[in-house]
Design a protein around this ligand. Structure first.
Ligand code: SF4
Ligand code: SF4
Length: 404
């Protein structure tokens, strides 16, 4: 685990423990803290210890100047912004480290910067095939184990807290938000497609997801070991990077469409193209937590007033004020509707039997799912790639000619 991975993981877990403590879940804080310290003692991996020191210092300093943030007692929009920007910064640093490692390999220099394994999160097909291998053959991939681990962690977030990963953690979603804001500076008007066009466009991401499923499910189980031990899989991450660095005309056109969609309408990329969003959208139907509107407290039913502040705040264009609970696969659990609601208790993210999850609670759940799963995987030896550096260095010289 590289230093930037160690710092992000430890900071996220220490912050979750702090939030658990301040929200009165002291036993939860003790359990999460015990798991973290236990993992550090088990591995005795110095970057994790260094990261723990950095995390404690960061939280101590933040506690002095941003006490409410450390306690999670800020508005949900602020909390979400902080989490999303910090995770995006971490992914940016991971990307730079990955590029530096690959450049050194290409130049024939033994890299002094580690390859950050979390980059395997961008290999969803490999992750899907690896999970299939674990379930059907009991084989754990040794080349990109982090792909299966990250896919599992993200899927768990979808099962438990809808598309909170998209709304609170995804760096691409954040980049799309900035692109949309940039477009709005020049063209103020909302450019929403008519409903008859919006629906088929939304189905595009499910088509792409269907394509990914097709590749994963139609691969014969017997040929999975051959694929996992093949040269293509060993450098699937470098192949992916090459795809983005040296795009052909069709790829460039694809990028243009993606950027255009993101600028055209808010969450355009998430809504129309992202297969991860589609997968999480499907899982989100199973999530026990949903945005629920209490007709007992909502100003519409309780006071007979006209109010649609929640609907106007929703970036996904969901008509919140007309529904008792939001089932939509487009809901990213961003809580903007809850934040915009003038009536306390009218809107919450809760289960059917009334268990409510505040923005702080959602932050804890999301961070624990996203970071405890990789920590357990790391301690169990299923995180770090075992592909020897010499093999990657050799294969990167022949990147263009290596196929499936
Ligand atoms: S319904 Fe609420 S939580 Fe869901 S996307 Fe809209 S604003 Fe966000
Ligand atoms: S913003 Fe609150 S009070 Fe207004 S319609 Fe939505 S839930 Fe009801």
């Amino acid at each position: 685990m590289s230093i930037i991975e160690s710092i992000t993981l430890t900071l996220a877990l220490v912050y979750s423990i702090s939030l658990l403590y301040w929200s009165g879940k002291k036993w939860g804080a003790v359990a999460a803290g015990g798991l973290l310290v236990g993992s550090l003692i088990t591995t005795l991996y110095w970057p994790l210890w260094l990261a723990l020191v950095v995390a404690v210092i960061c939280l101590g300093v933040a506690n002095r100047y941003q006490n409410e943030l450390i306690k999670g007692e800020v508005r949900s929009n602020t909390l979400r912004d902080v989490i999303q920007h910090l995770l995006a910064l971490s992914m940016l640093l991971v990307g730079i480290q990955f590029a530096a490692n690959a450049a050194m390999l290409k130049l024939g220099i033994t890299p002094w910067l580690m390859r950050p394994d979390v980059g395997d999160a961008f290999l969803p097909i490999a992750g899907g095939i690896e999970i299939k291998a674990i379930l059907t053959l009991g084989i754990w991939d040794q080349n990109h184990p982090a792909a299966a681990v990250m896919l599992t962690a993200v899927l768990l977030t979808g099962l438990l807290c809808k598309r909170a990963f998209c709304g609170w953690a995804c760096p691409l979603g954040l980049a799309g938000e900035y692109l949309y804001k940039l477009r709005k500076r020049f063209i103020k008007r909302e450019l929403l497609p008519p409903i008859w066009l919006d629906w088929p466009l939304r189905m595009l991401k499910y088509l792409l997801l269907g394509g990914l499923f097709y590749i994963i499910f139609t691969m014969p189980t017997a040929s999975i070991p051959h694929y996992l031990n093949g040269n293509y899989h060993k450098i699937a991450d470098l192949k992916m990077a090459l795809f983005f660095i040296t795009p052909g005309l069709v790829t460039l056109m694809g990028f243009g469409i993606i950027l255009g969609l993101a600028a055209w309408r808010r969450q355009g990329f998430c809504r129309y193209i992202c297969p991860y969003g589609a997968l999480l959208g499907l899982l989100s139907f199973l999530s026990p937590f949903k945005i629920r509107r209490s007709t007992q407290h909502c100003l519409i039913e309780s006071k007979g007033m006209n109010c649609d502040k929640c609907t106007r705040a929703c970036p996904a264009g969901i008509s919140v004020h007309t529904q008792a609970h939001i089932r939509s696969d487009e809901c990213q659990a961003c809580m903007r509707c809850v934040s915009a609601c003038p009536k306390q208790q009218a809107l919450h993210f809760s289960t059917r039997n009334g268990i409510k999850l505040s923005a702080r609670g959602l932050t804890i759940m999301l961070l624990l799912l996203l970071f405890i799963v990789p920590l357990i995987a790391y301690v169990s030896g299923f995180w770090v790639s075992q592909t020897p550096t010499e093999i990657r260095m050799y294969l990167i010289q022949h990147l263009g000619s290596i196929g499936h």
